[in-house]
Design a protein around this ligand. Structure first.
Ligand code: KIV
Ligand code: ZN
Length: 516
C-alpha cells in the first residue's frame, strides 16, 4: 500500500529568514515558478505582515502559481491573518498557516503569556482564519519541547476550530529521530479528533538531524506532510532539505511505502537557482545536489559503476536533473528563441525594454562564451541592469590593472540617482582595489563578512559568480554578481549587496524584531 506524502516547501519563508538570504519580489517569483515545475504541493511564499515588500511578493506569487497551493505565515492574531488573507486571496488554492509558541520556555519568556491565554489565542486565530479560508494549518512553535498534556489540549481545540493540518515544529533542532517520531505518534493516538487533520513535520538542523527527524516523524509518527527547503536553506544550520527527503522516500520506497508528486528531474535546477539567487553556495559533498554527489573518483568505484551501475549508485544523476544542465542557446540564437527559453524557465521580464536589455546582455555574453546554459540565463537576468528592483547604486563602467610586482589599481564609475561618480583606489589585489574604489564613493560603513567565487557552469570560459556578504548595524545581506570577468562580477556583487542594504526593514515572524 502506498500513500501520498505532501511536500510543503518553505524556502521563500523559513529559508529566507536565514541572515543574508533575503530576496526581491522578482527573485521570489522565479523560485516559486521553479517550485511549481518541481511539483511541490504547497509553496509557503512568505510572511505577509513582515513588510509591504513581503506582502507584495506573496500577492504576486499567489497570482502566478496555478499548480501548487500557496501559503502565507501569520502569527496567531487577526491583523496578521487579515494581511495574509488579503495577500493570498487571488490564488487558485491558498492556505493560511498560523502559529503560536506552546513550550513553557517560549510562553513564559518570549510571549509572557499563561498556557490558558495561549490556548485561547490559538483557538481564536484558527476560528478567525477559517472564516476566510478553508485550508488552515496550525503550528505549535517549539512544539517538540512542549509539555504533551498541554499540547494535546491545544491541538484538539484547534482541530475542533477547523485546522486541517497540524505541524509539529522542532524550532531549535532539539529533537532526536526516535523520540520525535514517537512524540507525534502519541499526540495522534491521544487526541480524539486527530484523524481530522493531516500531521506535518517541520525540523531545523541544529544537530544535523533535520532530515532524519522528519523521516522519523513520517515513519514512526505517521506524519503525511514534510516542511522543507531547497538545499536545506534556513536560519542557523538550516531546515530539512527537500531533495534529501524526496530522494530518500523515492529510493527507499520499499521501506517508506510512500509517494510524492515531485518531478525529481527538477531538483538540481531548483537547487542551482536558489543558490544563485541567495548566494548560499552548495557544498560539493552535499547529498543529491552537491557537485560531487554522483562523481565516482576512486578507481574501485569507477570500475564497479562501469560493470553495473547499481554497485555503487542508488539513484542516477539524471533522476535528480543533473542532465538538465544543457546548452540551450548560442551566438546565432535570435530574440524569439531567447524569449522562448526565458519563458520555459519561468522568467518573466516586466517590460519589452527589460527584454531588450537582457537580450543585448545575452549577445554580449555569447560573444565571450560560445555555449550558453540555463544557469547563464538565470545569472544574466539576476543582473542589476535587467531587474526592476529599486537600485541606489549602478555600476556604469570599470577598469582595473594589476600584474606581478605591481600594486593593483581600480577605476570605477558609479551612478547614484542618475549622477555619475568617478572613483579610483589601489589595493592588495584587484578585488580589494575595486571594493576600496567603490567605498570611496559609497562610504557605506559596512563590514565584509564573506567573499566567494564560483563557476556558473564548467570550463574556464564559464561566468564567475561572486557572493559578497556585508553587515551593517546588525543587518546582513548577500550580494550576487556574475560575469565572465570575475573582477567585474565582484563589483556587481558588492553593489548588489549595498543596494539591498538600502531596502526597507522587515519583521522576523518568530521574534517580532526587525530581521538581521
Ligand atoms: O521553526 C518554526 O517554529 C517555524 C514555525 C513558524 C512553523 O518556522
Ligand atoms: Zn522553522
Amino acid at each position: 500500500m502506498t500513500d501520498r506524502l505532501i511536500i510543503f516547501d518553505t524556502t521563500l519563508r523559513d529559508g529566507e529568514q536565514s541572515p543574508g538570504a533575503s530576496m526581491t519580489k522578482e527573485e521570489k517569483l522565479r523560485i516559486a515558478k521553479q517550485l511549481e515545475r518541481l511539483r511541490v504541493d504547497v509553496i509557503e511564499a512568505g510572511f505577509p505582515a513582515a513588510s509591504n515588500g513581503d506582502f507584495e511578493a506573496v500577492r504576486a506569487i499567489a497570482g502566478a502559481i496555478k499548480d501548487s497551493t500557496v501559503a502565507g505565515l501569520c502569527r496567531a492574531n487577526d491583523r496578521d491573518i487579515s494581511r495574509g488573507v488579503e495577500a493570498l486571496r487571488g490564488a487558485k488554492r491558498w492556505r493560511i498557516h498560523t502559529f503560536i509558541a506552546t513550550s513553557p520556555l517560549h510562553m513564559e519568556k518570549k510571549l509572557r503569556m499563561t498556557p490558558e491565554q495561549v490556548l485561547e489565542q490559538a483557538k481564536l486565530a484558527v476560528r478567525f482564519a477559517r472564516q476566510h479560508c478553508d485550508d488552515v494549518e496550525f503550528s505549535p512553535e517549539d512544539g517538540s519541547r512542549s509539555e504533551i498534556d498541554f499540547l494535546c489540549r491545544v491541538l484538539e481545540a484547534v482541530i475542533a476550530e477547523g485546522a486541517r493540518t497540524i505541524n509539529i515544529a522542532d524550532t531549535v533542532g532539539y529533537a532526536v529521530p526516535q523520540q520525535y517520531g514517537e512524540f507525534i505518534r502519541t499526540l495522534r493516538e491521544r487526541i480524539p479528533n486527530s484523524d481530522r487533520a493531516v500531521w506535518s513535520v517541520h525540523c531545523h538542523n541544529d544537530l544535523g538531524m533535520a532530515v532524519a527527524n522528519s523521516l522519523a516523524g513520517v515513519k514512526v509518527g505517521g506524519a503525511r506532510q514534510v516542511e522543507c527547503t531547497i538545499n536545506g536553506l534556513g536560519e542557523r544550520a538550516g531546515n530539512t532539505s527537500l531533495e534529501e527527503v524526496v530522494m530518500a522516500v523515492k529510493t527507499r520506497k520499499d521501506f517508506f511505502g510512500l509517494e510524492t508528486r515531485i518531478d525529481t528531474t527538477q531538483i538540481v535546477p531548483a537547487s542551482r537557482l536558489v543558490s544563485q539567487i541567495t548566494g548560499f553556495v552548495v557544498q560539493p559533498n552535499k547529498a543529491v545536489v552537491g557537485a560531487n554527489a554522483f562523481a565516482h573518483a576512486s578507481g574501485i568505484h569507477q570500475d564497479g559503476v562501469l560493470k553495473a551501475r547499481q554497485t555503487y549508485e542508488i539513484m542516477t544523476a539524471e533522476d535528480v536533473g543533473w542532465s538538465a544542465n544543457k546548452i540551450v542557446l548560442g551566438k546565432l540564437s535570435g530574440r524569439n528563441a531567447f524569449k522562448q527559453r526565458l519563458k520555459e524557465l519561468g522568467i518573466e521580464l516586466d517590460s519589452e525594454e527589460a527584454v531588450n536589455v537582457a537580450f543585448q546582455k545575452f549577445k554580449d555574453l555569447a560573444d565571450k562564451k560560445s555555449e550558453i546554459f540555463d544557469e547563464d540565463l538565470h545569472a544574466l537576468v539576476s543582473d542589476e541592469a535587467v531587474s526592476s528592483a529599486p537600485e541606489h547604486w549602478k555600476l556604469v563602467t570599470m577598469h582595473q590593472a594589476s600584474g606581478m610586482g605591481e600594486r593593483p589599481h581600480a577605476e570605477v564609475v558609479l551612478a547614484e540617482g542618475g549622477a555619475e561618480r568617478r572613483t579610483a583606489a589601489d589595493g592588495d589585489g584587484p578585488v580589494d582595489a575595486t571594493f576600496k574604489a567603490i567605498e570611496r564613493v559609497a562610504k557605506s560603513g559596512t563590514e565584509l563578512l564573506l567573499y566567494s567565487v564560483n563557476a556558473v557552469t564548467h570550463g574556464t570560459e564559464s561566468q564567475g559568480e561572486v557572493t559578497v556578504r556585508l553587515a551593517k548595524a546588525g543587518r546582513i545581506v548577500n550580494g550576487v554578481g556574475a560575469d565572465t570577468d570575475i573582477i567585474v562580477a565582484s563589483a556587481k556583487a558588492y553593489i548588489n549587496a549595498l543596494n539591498k542594504l538600502h531596502g526597507s526593514e522587515r519583521l522576523h515572524p518568530q521574534t517580532s524584531q526587525p530581521t538581521p
